[in-house]
Design a protein around this ligand. Structure first.
Ligand code: GLN
Length: 481
């Protein structure tokens, strides 16, 4: 059985009767058990998956109405709630937390007969970009297991890129879907803010984050968007996109489109292989009939600082609830005063989360807010005005997803500032709410490079057309695992 097929091919094969959901899921679980010791994409594997797939096969056989996923095996980042199963956020703080309800994306996918094969590894509470901050150990890059797979949705990207499932949902606060997709050679999508409900996504920085698909092809991303987007009364930031079909017309091409190359995202220190991939992408776009020109987004140089100031502030408030009273782990109260108990209980968080919370307590505090938090909000505002202006003259903006290649596990873990700077090209789309996609575009020294395309808010459909066009210009080698 070929586990490398895309979501759309899978649906076709099941509809044609060439494969059954049960066989495909069984083979998927077998592959996970064979290779996940090496990769550690999963924090939990769902042993009921085959039974669920069997039920879906029954529906198909009896001619009942079947959901669009036809039993397709999907992995879910472990900060998205699935009812009655554990959601740990890769934190010891939530090691025993059982979700009491389904996230909206999960109920939608259940209705469409997806099968959840497991919960995918991440950096603790989605803070990081390598999965090295997972309290349960890092995931490994399927192209070379000495290297990081990116993060924070590293487990999601690894599981898709190594064919341990067909697709995954991750979350992207500042690049966490696009960065690991780029490092693992998968497609990663951060939708327009508000397109996908965040209900049931455990918040890190809710004013800018979105759930997003990680898939093998751009068409698969469009397929999933059709299933999981839309207005949700449980999330007031969602947008009504009814009637939108992201898959139809995806072959439209980009003839006559105008593309801006963001100069501030081709920074000093960009890896030469990433630079040459970018040049190559530009000539591919031109070959497809688009015009490419340099554009400038001056505020990008402040974007990483603004991003970490805003996200730390929101994280400080979002994570205040983990006081070991409502949520937490087994830690007896005897011998502690109220405050000392909570302080002690919170030492269960890992170092990166603690760093963010300390920062998040300081930057918005009285006497400092003007210098840090409020200033960061101004940068966000100005960056948004700037990108809106540029997008009046261009259909798309492009830049490498990440300026460097995947690096070795352990190489940057002790240097948080160096890690923060790797986010330079991804945070702009979050700070401004714009949709952005990472398309696998090159492989250098056996490690993948992704190209990023951004578009204006609610232009997701058009963005997918451009991404699909770019994807069609390259044929990358198979993942060597
Ligand atoms: N690296 C960024 C951070 O640590 C992005 C994380 C994310 O998108 N969840 O905040």
């Amino acid at each position: 059985m070929n586990l490398k097929i895309s979501a759309l091919e899978y649906v076709q094969e099941v509809q044609n009767g060439n494969i059954s959901a049960e066989d495909f899921t069984a083979k998927t679980l077998e592959r996970i058990s064979q290779i996940d010791d090496k990769l550690h994409a999963f924090l939990q594997v769902n042993s009921d998956a085959v039974d669920q797939a069997r039920q879906i096969d029954k529906k198909i056989k009896s001619g009942e109405k079947v959901g669009a996923c036809y039993g397709m095996p999907i992995s879910i980042k472990d900060n998205i709630c699935i009812k009655n199963s554990k959601t740990t956020c890769a934190s010891k703080m939530l090691e025993n937390f059982i979700s009491p309800y389904d996230a909206t994306v999960i109920s939608k996918l259940k209705q469409e007969d997806a099968v959840f094969v497991g919960k995918a590894n991440l950096d603790e509470f989605a803070m990081g970009l390598t999965t090295e901050f997972s309290a349960y150990g890092p995931s490994k890059n399927p192209w070379n297991q000495d290297y990081v797979p990116g993060g924070s949705s590293g487990g999601s990207a690894v599981s898709v890129a190594s064919h341990e499932c067909i697709a995954s949902l991750g979350s992207d606060t500042g690049g966490s879907v696009r960065n690991p997709a780029s490092f693992c050679g998968a497609v990663g999508y951060k939708p327009t803010y508000g397109l996908i409900s965040r209900y049931g996504l455990i918040s890190y920085a809710n004013s800018i984050e979105q759930i997003g698909p990680i898939t093998k092809t751009v068409k698969d991303t469009a397929f999933l968007l059709n299933l999981v987007t839309g207005l949700d009364t449980n999330d007031d930031t969602t947008t009504d996109n009814s009637g939108q079909d992201y898959l139809s017309g995806i072959d439209a091409g980009i003839e006559g489109k105008k593309i801006g190359i963001i100069q501030e995202m081709i920074v000093e220190g960009t890896d030469p292989a990433v630079l040459s991939a970018t040049k190559n992408a530009i000539s591919k776009f031109e070959g497809l009939g688009a015009t490419c020109e340099d554009v400038s987004l001056d505020m990008v140089k402040y974007s990483v600082a603004a991003y970490y100031t805003i996200t730390a502030t929101e994280a400080g408030s979002n994570l205040a609830r983990y006081d070991n009273l409502l949520y937490g782990y087994d830690f007896p109260v005897e011998g502690y005063e109220f405050n000392s108990y909570i302080s002690k209980a919170r030492t269960k968080f890992g170092p990166e989360v603690i760093r963010r919370m300390i920062l998040g307590g300081f930057v918005p505090s009285a006497g400092h807010a003007g210098k840090y938090y409020l200033k960061a909000l101004k940068v966000k505002q100005k960056l948004t005005e700037e990108i809106n202006k540029v997008l009046q003259g261009y259909d798309y903006l492009i830049a490498p997803t990440v300026p460097i290649l995947p690096f070795k596990i352990g190489e940057k873990i002790d240097d948080p500032i160096a890690l923060f700077l790797v986010d330079i090209n991804t945070v702009t789309s979050n700070l401004t709410g714009k949709p952005a996609i990472s398309v696998p575009f090159a492989v250098s020294n056996g490690l993948p490079i992704g190209m990023q395309i951004l578009a204006n808010s609610m232009e997701d459909k058009s963005l997918l057309q451009a991404a699909h066009a770019l994807e069609g210009t390259v044929k990358l080698p198979e993942v060597p695992i």
